[in-house]
Design a protein around this ligand. Structure first.
Ligand SMILES: C[S@@+](CC[C@H](N)C(=O)[O-])C[C@H]1O[C@@H](n2cnc3c(N)ncnc32)[C@H](O)[C@@H]1O
Length: 475
């Protein structure tokens, strides 16, 4: 494993609080791929198992072929079917008739078959993946009684159905503990989950609520990408949860699923009073005040539907949106340094903190309503209103997410399309569409530039941008 990491310019070092950490041996620039790695096992979740190949997880709508014996798994071609048969399906195929597996049991059976082969020196796969998997954290003593009970049941079922010589029932419980706090959900280019996987190399990366790296997928392959310059010796962090969540929810989720208390720059107690990232958390925290969620929703709807543009511009929603976007969008477009960006962000956070910390403009619980309203406006083809809401959402995203985050890239693309469709504002809309799509292009070229499905999104942005530019030049 050390060799594989060092070939990629990385080292695994001991860490007092986190057990081990991945650090970089060379400076990594924004947009660079940090590491590409394969799973021990991955498979599509139920809703996707007829449109994504069980072996390579690539999408092939309507054309997958099922295994003629069990008729339970689908493949894109003979080669994937053969690989799966050799790897684990030969043993699992007859069992599908007997019982229906849940995800954990399916993962356990497949992984254990491979580990048994590894112990018997009978595996074609790379050994470092197995060695790495067997050293991952289990947090077994911290698992809940309910979890352990369920793990024991799954382990018993698996043991009854398959013969293992080198692996005990107790080992199986350990593997299930590893899955619990290490497995990944694979997601597509729009960030919708399509599969689950055990990625031993990816599992070596620790969490931060302000990560410098993101995880993307190409079928069954995991790609870790750099979104902030990472200097020699610095730790590489991904995020295990959606960083748009508020601090209390993040803390609860990280404790319950990963058994640690986050001390990143957003969560650490020392930073709480001064650090800009912890100030962000204070902005999005739910305040105990008279204004209810219903009031918020009504005022948001009134703002968006306001007949008077003057009144609309005077609203606090407009003011906040303008303040954030006029300062931060240019940083995206001009590839400024991380320091310049953070300084600008810092200034804005201070202003927001002074003037708006008592409003619920940034409440995450209201945010789901705002997003729904945005997509409702798109469905109703109310394009002007969709641009107003889209800008407000973008401004909040820029506060919550790192600037080169896939959520920002994807939202910019949607917003660019809204402007493009908003013919009521004529030339101005086309110009703004180009501006926003150029920002989308910058972000997506960093987040989505690896893997055919991901690159497809960049191609779509490029096509629309070319059309919009041609349109503008014709005027
Ligand atoms: C996917 S593993 C990450 C690699 C792990 N540190 C190792 O050495 O195998 C997840 C576990 O690492 C630890 N961890 C990850 N991020 C952490 C953080 N920010 N602070 C403390 N512990 C962390 C937790 O114990 C967590 O359950």
């Amino acid at each position: 494993m050390e060799t594989f990491l060092s070939q990629n310019g990385l080292s695994l070092v001991e860490n007092e609080n986190k057990f081990r950490s991945i650090i970089t041996n060379k400076k990594i620039d924004i947009g660079k791929t940090i590491i590409i790695s394969h799973p021990l096992i991955s498979f599509p979740i139920l809703t996707y198992n007829k449109i994504r190949c069980d072996q390579c997880l690539k999408k092939k709508e309507n054309n997958l072929q099922t295994c003629s014996k069990c008729q339970r798994v689908y493949y894109c071609d003979r080669s994937c079917q053969k690989s799966s048969w050799i790897s684990h399906h030969k043993l699992l195929c007859p069992l599908y008739k007997k019982s229906k597996n849940n995800m954990d049991e399916e993962m356990l059976k497949r992984v254990t078959i491979l580990i048994e082969k590894f112990f018997n020196n009978n595996n074609n796969n790379e050994n470092y993946l197995f060695e790495t998997f067997l050293k991952l954290m289990t947090h077994r003593t911290e698992q809940s009684i309910n979890n352990l009970k369920s793990f024991e049941k799954i382990s018993n079922n698996t043991y009854e159905n398959l013969n293992f010589n080198k692996i005990s029932k107790d080992d199986l419980i350990n593997y299930l503990c590893v899955f619990y706090c290490n497995n990944f959900n694979l997601h597509d280019n729009q960030l919708f989950v399509y599969g689950e996987g055990t990625f031993p190399i990816g599992s070596l990366f620790n969490h931060s609520c302000r990560p410098n790296a993101i995880v993307m997928y190409d079928g069954a392959v995991q790609i870790i990408k750099c979104i902030e310059v990472i200097n020699v010796g610095e730790e590489i962090n991904i995020s295990y949860i959606d960083v748009a969540l508020d601090r209390v929810t993040r803390k609860k989720m990280l404790q319950e699923k990963y058994f640690f208390e986050c001390q990143c720059s957003r969560c650490s107690v020392q930073e709480r009073c001064s650090g800009i990232f912890s100030k962000i958390d204070q902005l999005i925290e739910e305040k105990d005040q008279e204004i209810t969620k219903k009031d918020f929703n009504t005022s948001l709807e009134n703002w968006v539907s306001s007949e008077s543009k003057l009144e609309q511009n005077e609203s606090k929603f407009s003011k906040v949106t303008k303040l954030i976007l006029s300062n931060l969008l240019s940083h995206i477009k001009n590839n400024t340094t991380d320091n310049d960006y953070i300084n600008s962000l810092s200034e804005i956070i201070s202003i927001l903190f002074q003037n708006y910390s008592k409003t619920n403009l940034f409440y995450i619980s209201s945010f789901s309503f705002t997003t729904k309203l945005f997509y409702d406006k798109i469905d109703l083809q109310q394009w002007y209103q969709s641009t107003i809401l889209g800008n407000y959402i973008l401004s909040i995203y820029l506060i919550i997410y790192p600037r080169y985050h896939p959520m920002i890239g994807l939202h910019l693309f949607t917003l660019g399309k809204c402007y493009w469709n908003d013919i009521t504002n004529g030339l101005e809309s086309v110009k703004e569409s180009i501006n926003i799509l150029e920002c989308a292009q910058k972000v997506l070229n960093i987040t989505h530039n690896e893997g055919a499905e991901n690159v497809d999104i960049i191609n779509q942005v490029n096509d629309l941008l070319n059309t919009a530019r041609k349109d503008l030049s014709c005027v």
